[in-house]
Design a protein around this ligand. Sequence first.
Ligand SMILES: Cc1cc2nc3c(=O)[nH]c(=O)nc-3n(C[C@H](O)[C@H](O)[C@H](O)COP(=O)(O)O)c2cc1C
Length: 184
Amino acid sequence: MAQTRIAVVIGSLRKDSINKKLATALAALGPQDFSFEHIRIDDLPLYNQDEEKQPAESVKRLKSEISASQGVIFVTPEYNRSIPGVLKNAIDHASRPYGQSAWAGKPAGVIGCSGGAIGTALAQQHLRNICAYLDMPTLQQPEAFIQFKEGLVDEKGNVTVEATKQFLQKWMDAYVGWVKRFAK
Ligand SMILES: Cc1cc2nc3c(=O)[nH]c(=O)nc-3n(C[C@H](O)[C@H](O)[C@H](O)COP(=O)(O)O)c2cc1C
């Protein structure tokens, strides 16, 4: 069965990241012919335009992984009402050099969780602006602002709250349909 590859970019480097847990749980809700690969961003240098012509190996790897995917899911925390710097750094790297962005045309899903009630809504709105500029067609609905309570995802990556599981399944089904609309 031909696999549709989805790059999953998580905006947290934290070992016990709740967004990483959410990303793992989401992947389990995807169909068999979709694969979900967590993209490494913790070894990227800080973006410096002087180095664009001699990119680090990690930057080349990031760009080739995004280029080889048929879609991208961003799973991100909210930092100070926006996206974390580590995520913006990765986005900037793979968007350059000018005219050679790896993001262009990749159907995107935006989701995230926090302990707070607004569940990353403001970070996601900022990220949607960035995706628009990067020419990434981005799933609009359903929006998913997940308030993460202790134990929401168990050690095996299963969502333990049935209503949340059903909601995330709907989100994943919508995202899969969205990716298929752009399949070449
Ligand atoms: C620098 C920093 C800024 C934060 N700002 C926000 C914020 O604006 N909104 C929010 O809901 N949580 C905020 N938080 C709390 C995060 O939601 C919380 O640390 C969460 O666990 C981060 O996600 P992670 O577990 O995937 O790393 C902030 C945390 C840090 C470290």
